[in-house]
Design a binder for this molecule. Structure first.
Ligand SMILES: Cc1ncc(COP(=O)(O)O)c(C=O)c1O
Length: 314
């Protein structure tokens, strides 16, 4: 790190390369590939320090659903800031969180609700159905997650464990919990004469084989509904989710739908799961939920799961 004597004499890009460690970036690449200094945004456009307009095709990592500097969102945030910026939800509540939670639940026709910030639970459905087992956690065996080949769920440790990206698994493998990885229903795998539904059925049958043998050791299957976005936008048939829902029911395994990338209208419906006619046991949202304005993520679940945690113990 250099001591900048006069920031006005040093370019923003040089200062950034010195002071900021940019994410998902090999910093050395910026020796030949210049950073772009953005000074403002409007709608789908970003503007650099020379007022060149750039179309934000990646919508700032798929977060920005309503355009940059959206007047309605700016106004809503300004109005809220005049009242209060944040208060913790342990012991407190406030109108925006209640209204958001009610609206989200209504969008699932009340199949899901109890909006909560994301935290994975390592209990299987069997153990959740037996409340007494929650009271004796030391006697429980640790259950594993099942994830899809080519899936992406984030880069914090447990999310990384269910992320099938070789570069991460190689670098951080020793820190990650053990998971099962099953075949992706990626429609691009279809051979000549095969449909996306055929690929979905093959992938579901691979999952079925695993569940037959290992279901007692499995807590949940996690999927990105319909599109594996970070996995090169791999799209797949809704049939896969219908089949996995019934397999998860048959083998008492939770189904987690990570709608962080595909949710909030990205697939044409508010939840991508709406295209499939099934609901998961847990559904996560982030990115679009705040239009990219604020770091908000949440998890919704069923009444049944909520009730199991409802008791005298923390
Ligand atoms: C499907 C999916 N899940 C999770 C994440 C990571 O979310 P976060 O950075 O909030 O952990 C991403 C980020 O791109 C994603 O696409």
């Amino acid at each position: 790190m250099k001591l900048i004597s006069d920031p006005n004499q040093t370019s923003l890009i040089d200062r950034s390369l010195d002071a900021v460690w940019h994410p998902c970036t090999q910093m050395k690449h910026h020796e030949s590939l210049p950073l772009i200094a953005i000074t403002r945004g409007k709608g789908a456009w970003l503007f650099d320090d020379k007022e060149n307009a750039l179309l934000d095709c990646i919508s700032s990592w798929w977060t920005n659903l309503f355009g940059h500097s959206n007047p309605r969102i700016n106004q809503a945030i300004t109005n809220q800031l005049e009242k209060i910026e944040h208060v913790m939800l342990a012991g407190f509540t406030h109108p925006p969180v209640v209204e958001l939670s009610e609206k989200l639940s209504a969008l699932t026709q009340s199949h899901l609700g109890h909006v909560f910030c994301v935290r994975w639970c390592l209990c299987s459905r069997d153990c959740l159905e037996d409340e007494s087992s929650l009271l004796a956690p030391k006697e429980q065996t640790t259950k594993k997650f099942v994830c899809l080949e080519n899936g992406y769920h984030g880069e914090t440790l447990d999310a990384l464990a269910v992320t099938d990206v070789a570069i991460f698994r190689e670098a951080y493998g020793s820190l990650l919990q053990d998971v099962f990885t099953v075949s992706s229903p990626d429609a691009r795998k279809a051979k000549s004469g095969e449909s996306a539904d055929d690929v979905a059925r093959y992938a579901a049958s691979a999952l079925e084989k695993l569940l037959e043998v290992e279901h007692q050791n499995i807590a949940a299957l996690i999927v990105e509904p319909l599109v594996q976005c970070a996995g090169q936008m791999a799209m797949y048939s809704p049939e896969y989710l219908r089949l996995t829902r019934s397999l998860c029911d048959r083998y008492s395994v939770h189904l987690i739908a990570d709608e962080i990338a595909v949710g909030c209208g990205r697939s044409g419906k508010f939840f991508a799961c709406e295209h499939t006619g099934i609901w998961p046991d847990f559904l996560t949202l982030s990115k679009g939920i705040s239009g990219g304005y604020l770091p908000l993520s949440l998890c919704m679940t069923t009444d049944k799961i909520y009730r199991i945690f409802y008791g005298d113990q923390m």
